[in-house]
Ligand binder design. Structure first.
Ligand SMILES: *[C@@H]1O[C@H](CO)[C@@H](O)[C@H](O)[C@H]1NC(C)=O
Ligand SMILES: *[C@@H]1O[C@H](CO)[C@@H](O)[C@H](O)[C@H]1NC(C)=O
Ligand SMILES: *[C@@H]1O[C@H](CO)[C@@H](O)[C@H](O)[C@H]1NC(C)=O
Ligand SMILES: *[C@@H]1O[C@H](CO)[C@@H](O)[C@H](O)[C@H]1NC(C)=O
Ligand SMILES: [Ca+2]
Length: 314
């Protein structure tokens, strides 16, 4: 109450800045606003665990500064009997991802899979597949149409991603592309879940030469080494519309700087003693701020309210 009074009396820009710290989660009279952390390359500077690396081309070259005048490349070091190379990266927190891209230094693999985890690597879910032989390599039907009833399904793009250009190509997966509810993301719990990840794993698959009919002998020589200059993961720290930034806690873990009386690493619940109404994700139209009140207030809340005109609500 006192704070609100101060806010109302606080008319100058300096005063507002001091008092409200220019918090995008509140307007200049202190009313809550939906707020989201900045869009970032969540992979930048993060450790990637590669199942195989050339000592001269370590995995840290995947997420270092992508300077066009000094390109650094990770390279795999598999022998002719190994068929996959995994690149695994932990984001350290839930993020909502928009894209995952790989910039190759050398030839692209014929087949590639992207997996995600939502529980720090305990379980993995497929995100996207690429292959010239979706059924044979991944057991997936190619070119499955997306409708509102299967928006959370991973697809296999039936394309020889390895063919053009011969070297230095990019593979980019847009998480929401072609998914009907993308235009109503605020109201699609299915897609909000679909784009959520704590970890990403990219699996580069070398298809056995004898299973391919179109490979020339030179291609098979090339396909035992993969080299990638940049792994980028575009997205935002997931705070459900209740924080404008994520901060490193004293325990070294990343968490949302929750506002609107919310709590948790992703602002996924109301803070203690603010259970007057159930937690909800903020939308552009409604912030769904948590409101002070203990659970015993539910009795009061559920009491029937009659309006003058005869309408009644519980
Ligand atoms: C290019 O980057 C590598 C690895 O970070 C570094 O060792 C090297 O000195 C850089 N070269 C130039 C010309 O900046
Ligand atoms: C290839 O690498 C695997 C795993 O490191 C190893 O078990 C296998 O013996 C190697 N094969 C050859 C032919 O070097
Ligand atoms: C690569 O990842 C796949 C899928 O998560 C897993 O089954 C496989 O054991 C991993 N292989 C290596 C060499 O890390
Ligand atoms: C394969 O490599 C050989 C020797 O390097 C070269 O003469 C030939 O033109 C290459 N073939 C193709 C299809 O690239
Ligand atoms: Ca690099």
């Amino acid at each position: 109450m006192l704070l609100l009074l101060l806010v109302l009396l606080c008319r100058t820009a300096i005063c507002r800045t001091l008092l409200l710290e220019d918090d995008p989660c509140y307007d200049d009279v202190g009313r809550p606003l939906r707020c989201i952390p900045d869009f970032v390359n969540a992979a930048f500077g993060r450790l990637v665990v590669a199942s195989s690396s050339e000592p001269t081309n370590p995995a840290r070259y995947l997420t270092d500064l992508n300077n066009p005048s000094n390109v650094t490349c990770w390279a795999s070091n598999i022998n002719s009997t190994e068929t996959v190379v995994n690149l695994t990266l932990s984001l350290g927190k839930k993020y909502e991802l928009t894209y995952i891209s790989l910039q190759f230094c050398g030839p692209k693999p014929d087949s590639l899979a992207i997996y995600k985890s939502m529980n720090y690597g305990e379980t993995w879910y497929p995100f996207q597949f690429y292959s010239s032989q979706c059924r044979k390599v991944f057991g997936k039907s190619p070119n499955v149409p997306l409708t509102r009833s299967n928006e959370q399904e991973s697809l296999c793009a039936d394309a020889r991603i390895g063919i053009e250009p011969a070297t230095g190509g990019r593979v980019a997966f847009s998480t929401l592309e072609g998914r009907p509810s993308a235009y109503d993301f605020d109201n699609s719990p299915v897609l909000q879940d679909w784009v959520t990840a704590t970890d990403i794993r990219v699996v580069l698959v070398r298809v056995h030469p004898w299973s391919m009919t179109t490979l020339s002998p030179n291609d098979t020589e090339l396909s035992t080494v993969y080299s990638v200059s940049d792994l980028a993961i575009g997205g935002r720290c997931k705070c459900n519309g209740h924080a404008s930034r994520c901060v490193m806690g004293s325990d070294g873990s990343l968490a949302c700087d929750c506002k609107h009386n919310t709590a948790g690493r992703d602002c996924e619940k109301c803070k203690p003693f603010h259970f007057d109404r159930p937690w909800r994700r903020a939308t552009a139209q409604n912030v769904h701020e948590c409101v002070e009140g203990a659970s015993y207030n539910f009795a009061i809340k559920n009491r029937e309210v009659r309006f003058q005109d005869g309408r009644s609500v519980k």
